[in-house]
Structures are given as C-alpha cells and as structure tokens.
Design a binder for this molecule. Structure first.
Ligand SMILES: *[C@@H]1O[C@H](CO)[C@@H](O)[C@H](O)[C@H]1NC(C)=O
Ligand SMILES: *[C@@H]1O[C@H](CO)[C@@H](O)[C@H](O)[C@H]1NC(C)=O
Length: 483
C-alpha cells in the first residue's frame, strides 16, 4: 500500500557514521550572548539546533564537522546551538525537534532541506551561495561545468528568449542543481543546453527548440545515473522523478556484480521510462517488505512511486536477467498485475466487527448498499488497543443492520491502489456512506457517544441505537501513533 514511501524513508534514513573524532572543530558554537552578532552579519550561514542525547544529532555530528572544514575554505561558516543549554534561544527560533537545521541569509532564516551527509551538505550550501543562474565568462566554462555532480549550462546570446526559460527552471531547482549561462559553448551547435555530470556519459546536450516542460524532462532524465546505489542521500531524487523504480537487492559484492553488466544494459535501454538502483540488503534489507519481497538475496522488484503499486520478482528458483527483463517490460506495458499483500480471507466473519483483508476490501468496504465505518490499525498501536473495547460495542450495536463496523490490519494488508487516501497514522477511522465512493475521516474523540453521533449524522441507513453514559475520555485518545 501507499505507506511504503514513508516507511522507506525511515528505514533508509538509518545512516552509517564516519569514524574518528577530530581534535579541532570548524563548527562554531553559539549561545544567546553571541548568536545575533555572529549570524546576522553573514551573507550565508548554516546553523544546527541540537540536543546532545539525540541519536540523529550524533549521526550528523561527524558529517557536520567534515562539511564545516570544507565550507570554511569557501567562506561559508557553519554553527551549532545546544538546545539543552540555550532553551530560550531555541524556542525563539521555533525549534520543535532535533536536529533542526536552518540556513540564515543576512539574519533571515529558512529551513535547511538538503542531505545530512558531508558531501551533500557542502554541495547544498555551495548552491545556496550561488545565484540561481550564474553568468559564466567563456574562460571559466570548464571549471564551472565541473563544480558539482550535475551542472546545467545554457549557451545563448544575451538577447535570447531561451535565457528566460532557463532562468525560470533554475529558480525552481536551485537547491538541487547548479545552473549557468554562457554566450557560446563549443559543446553545442549554436543555442542549446548542456548537462554536465560526474557519472555515466559525462554530458548530455539539448539542442533545437524546447519549452519549459521539455527542459525539465531533459534534466530529470539525464541527472539520474543509469544505475546507482540508493541510500538516504539520493532517495528523494528517485521519488521526485516519478518514474517506476526498479531495485536490485544484493548482500555481498559478488551478488552485486553477478548480473550487473546485463542489468545496467537494461537500465540504459529503459532510461527515461524506468529508474534502476542497487540496494544494499545488509543495510536496508527490511525495505524488501515494502515490495512484498522476502528477505532472501539477491532479489529484484519494481515499485510505481506514484501509486505505490508493487511488482516483486518471483523468488522461487533462480534470479535471471530474462526474468528481470520480462518483469520490467511487463510493468511498462501494463500487462503485469501488481502484488497485493493480504492476510488469508477469514473462514467465518460473524463477529460484530467485520475483519477486512486486502482481498475482501472491495467486497466489504465498497458494498454500495451499506454504510461502512472502517478502522485502519496496527497490532502494536497503543491507541488502537485503547479503542478496541469501544469498537467492539459499536459492532454489537449495529450488528444486524446495514451499517458495517469493520477493521483492517494495515501492516499485514495492502490497500487497493485506487483507494483515494493514504493511511498515515494509527488508528485511522473512515466512513463511507451507502451509495457513495467518498470517504469521510473521523477526527473526533474516541468515545462511544461521539462515534455513534458521527454514524447517525452520516449514515444513509438509519439505525436507532442507545448509548449508555460512560467515563470521560482521556485527552490522549484523539492522538495517533505515528508510522
Ligand atoms: C559563543 O558563546 C559561547 C558561550 O555562550 C561560547 O562557548 C562560544 O565559544 C562562543 N562562540 C563564538 C563563536 O564566539
Ligand atoms: C469527548 O466526547 C465527550 C462526549 O461528547 C465529551 O464529553 C468530551 O469532552 C470529549 N473530549 C474531548 C477531549 O474532546
């Protein structure tokens, strides 16, 4: 189901640490006494608000140190504030979690949205220091084109309208890529765009007439390597690209190279239609579950990043390039059914609360004659356990009516990909009126009284039920357990 993107991010975010502690730090330590006088005069400075006990802060620390040293050479300072000491200062800056990273420009702050690895931090801050579109002198073209992993250079005379198109794109993507413009470029015949990159073929050229959309597509397709290893640093790039993503899971270097020549050739032939990545199962093996794959390596699976549909490659028997190719072609042609994880259909379903599994979702939850209240839960979720007795009572009350009280274990079943919502916390409670395809979310407190009122207000099939007065509801009963 479509939880997978969020789940993936969490598991991929568990990054490894750099070893070794440095004696001298280039990270400035700031407190309330010297924060403004240090930060406000800087054209650009990165500040981390942290707590010494926070795990993500500890993981970031060595990366932050390395980035500080490199950025110092470019004249970009970076600093940190210990929020366990500087509580007021952190509150003043709206810090709500750790670490919080903010970029300050002449004292004005914005959220830092870049990666948390040293090279990623450096690259992000370097881009922040540049104008969205840099005017390059011909003699600086080579240096400029090698200044980042992906650099996009337009070759246009001063009065060309194409400069405006390029500048628009550059402004929207200035956090991701470096953009420049030059009057002439030996790599293009006349006007055009060259994308320089530090991988694969090294550069791509867009010549002839193009508009904003064509330029965006050109960048999107060519800025992703034919086949890279996916991790926390580049995960977002693949999600943003919108193309189906094919994963090859390996757990040893031998497994990685076993099929690499053929897979990379396939990836190349499908460039622009499907992205391919290696994924290190020794670090991110749990991600296999998001593709409905067992943790057995090597393995291969494809995910439609938009709908969340999953296409695991059958794991019985040997993994071959023919099977991989057939699956990739089938997914692109739309001839392969996506995999739906489902618990077995219960043999009897006579309890007051109906058990829904993936394979019975349409039949029970989308039954047009009935009004349906459905709870999406996780077995480990505490708020769901608190709700269970009340939910059972509701089931009893509506037992013989056309109002169905149902529950769905969202950890063991995939939601159909055409359901118009995502489950982002547990429990999530939705109601679908008889004859309607729309879902209404229940956001009230989880008392019997309020739930019955909600059903009465919305149900097409009216049922008169009696509610006994109950104990006041605990305030935390409106909270959700996060995924
Ligand atoms: C800022 O002040 C703190 C104490 O509040 C001190 O530890 C730190 O070294 C100072 N930093 C700079 C850059 O002056
Ligand atoms: C929950 O609902 C009950 C009954 O309507 C009400 O008395 C109570 O104040 C509500 N609690 C919260 C936290 O909204």
């Amino acid at each position: 189901m479509r939880l997978s993107a969020a789940v993936t991010l969490v598991s991929l975010a568990a990054t490894s640490m750099l070893a070794g502690v440095r004696a001298e730090s280039d990270v400035l330590e700031l407190g309330v006494k010297n924060f403004s006088e240090t930060v406000n005069p800087e054209k650009l400075i990165l500040v981390e608000f942290f707590a010494p006990w926070c795990g993500h802060c500890k993981a970031l620390a060595p990366e932050y140190e390395v980035a500080a040293t490199q950025l110092k050479e470019m004249g970009i300072p970076i600093a940190k504030v210990d929020c366990t000491v500087e509580t007021d200062l952190c509150q003043e800056h709206g810090v709500q979690g750790y670490p919080t990273l903010k970029v300050f420009r002449d004292g004005e702050s914005s959220d830092y949205t870049g990666p948390r690895k040293a090279d990623g931090i450096v690259s992000f801050m370097k881009k922040k220091a540049l104008p969205a579109l840099t005017e390059i002198a011909p003699e600086n073209l080579v240096t400029f084109s090698e200044s980042d992993r992906v650099v996009i250079v337009g070759a246009f005379p001063k009065d060309s309208a194409k400069r405006v198109t390029l500048e628009k794109i550059a402004k929207s993507y200035s956090d991701e890529y470096v953009f420049g413009v030059v009057e002439e470029n030996p790599d293009v015949q006349g006007e055009g765009i060259v994308l320089y990159k530090k991988f694969d073929e090294g550069k791509n050229v867009l010549e002839g007439d193009f508009d904003e959309e064509a330029l965006f597509d050109f960048i999107k397709v060519n800025s992703v390597p034919i086949m890279d290893e996916i991790g926390p640093n580049n995960y977002a790039t693949y999600m943003d690209s919108g193309l189906p993503l094919a994963y090859y899971f390996f757990s040893t270097p031998e497994e990685k190279t076993q099929h690499s020549t053929e897979i990379e050739a396939l990836a190349k032939s499908l460039k622009g239609q499907m992205n391919f990545v290696y994924i290190d199962a020794s670090k991110f093996g749990a991600h296999a579950a998001n593709l409905n794959l067992k943790e057995s390596w090597p393995a291969f699976g494809i995910q439609n990043v938009g709908s969340g549909a999953k296409y695991p490659l059958e794991q019985e028997g040997e993994l071959t390039i023919e099977n991989i190719k057939a699956l990739a072609d089938g997914v692109l042609a739309g001839t392969v059914e996506s995999s739906i994880k489902s618990e077995p259909i219960p043999e009897s379903n006579d309890a007051p609360v109906k058990v829904v599994v993936a394979h019975t979702y349409k039949e029970i939850v989308e039954d047009q004659d009935k009004d349906v209240l459905i709870e999406f839960y996780a077995p480990w979720c505490g708020h769901c356990k608190n709700l269970a007795p009340t939910y059972e009572k509701l089931g009893e009350m509506y037992k013989d009516s056309k109002i169905v009280i149902a529950k769905f274990d969202a950890t063991a079943n995939d939601l159909p990909t055409d359901v118009p919502f995502q489950v982002q916390g547990f429990p999530t409670i939705k109601f679908r009126k008889a004859g309607s395809t729309e879902y209404i979310e229940y956001n009230g407190n989880r008392s019997e009284e309020d739930l019955v009122q909600f059903i009465n207000d919305n149900a097409v099939n009216k049922v008169d039920v009696k509610v006994e007065k109950e104990d006041p509801v605990k305030a935390d009963d409106i909270e959700h357990d996060e995924l």
